[in-house]
Structures are given as C-alpha cells and as structure tokens.
Design a protein around this ligand. Sequence first.
Ligand code: GTP
Ligand code: MG
Length: 202
Amino acid sequence: LKLRSAEFIISSTDVSKCPDTDKPEFAVVGRSNVGKSSLINMVTNRKSLAMTSKKPGKTQTINHFLINDDWYLVDLPGYGYAAAPGKARSAWNEFTKDYFLNRKQLVTVLLLIDASIAPQEIDLECAEWLGENQVPVSLVFTKCDKRKKTKAGGKHPTENIADFESMLKETWDELPPKILTSSVTGTGRHELLSHLSQLRSF
Ligand code: GTP
Ligand code: MG
C-alpha cells in the first residue's frame, strides 16, 4: 500500500456529524498520551497532520483524515485521563461508544497500547468491551523505542507486550493481530499499512 495523500477533513463532536461517506475507516483508540496522534503522523509521513502534545487530553473530538482519497484514519479522544477517572471514563464512553457501535464504515479499531509500561487495567477493560461488542480489534503497541531508564522494575517493551497478551488470553480464545510500532523511529509503519490493506483488501 502506497501513501499518496493524506488530508484532514473534519472534527466532529458526535457520530451523526462524521462524514457521510461509504469509504472505509480505521479508528485509532487508546489511553490519553499513548501516541494516537503521533501514530497518524508517522503513518502519513506528516509532522503535524494530527495535533500531538506532551500533556494528555489533547484530542477531544472525532477527527477524520482522508488517505489516498480512498479511506480514513480516525483520531479519537483518549480515555483514562482526569482527576476523577470514573467520571472521565463515562464521558469517554458516552462520546465514543456510539461511534464504535453505529459507524457502519468502521473496518477495525486499532487499539493502541503503550509498550513502554506494564499492562494497564483500563486498556484491558477497553479490549474486553470491544471484544464483547464484536468490534474488530487489532493491537498496535506504541513507544517500542522506549526503555525505562531506571532499573526500578521497568521491563523491556517485548516483556510488557508478552505480559499484556497473557492477561488478555485469560478471556480471549484467540488473540487479536498485533503490530509493534514507534512513532520516533518509524518502526512498524510498513507492517501497519500492509495490515490495513489486508483488512479491507485494497
Ligand atoms: P491524546 O490526544 O491526549 O489522547 O494523546 P495521544 O494518544 O494522541 O498522544 P500523542 O500522539 O499526542 O503523544 C503523546 C506523547 O507521547 C508525546 O509527547 C509524543 O511525543 C510521545 N510519543 C508518541 N509516540 C511515541 C513513540 O512511539 N515513542 C516515544 N518515545 N514517544 C512517543
Ligand atoms: Mg491525540
């Protein structure tokens, strides 16, 4: 799959305002700060197509990016960030649940997992919810370039990934496909693009 063009189309505050189109789309989902917007920039080879930030909570709307005039990458708000996690979680749910369940064009959710840290309960919960609701998922591990600098219990990304998968195995018969990426080094770009093209058979 060759990337010829990438353009920002629209920011929407709910699913009814998303582009009215038959073109297939892939949603980029994950915790705040996991690297969703960075991944979109890495995949499209554009420095600031999607807005990124060191501070979590940057993306607050559903953002459609049209690729090759043919399909969409969709940047979503992150979950799991707020002083009151419960409240933030339900706001996230309300906002995006509707999108996951009612967006006909959605081919697969790319669930981003930070490979530089230990498995997070909220990520496992998100995977469970998507699985229970029969939303197709692929796991995209981010920040594979990163290593904990201190020896204080920090594990290598490959170990964190293995831990995450073994926790998921407790409830999933078959693990979803996985791709290892880094938006800093560009690792996994080609693999991700060919994975997407296989999913929708471009
Ligand atoms: P929200 O929009 O707040 O939900 O966050 P997001 O998931 O879109 O994260 P974003 O792409 O804004 O990145 C958050 C931070 O992580 C930024 O400081 C990025 O530079 C950093 N980051 C993202 N991807 C990588 C990566 O692959 N490796 C490293 N080392 N840092 C990354
Ligand atoms: Mg973002």
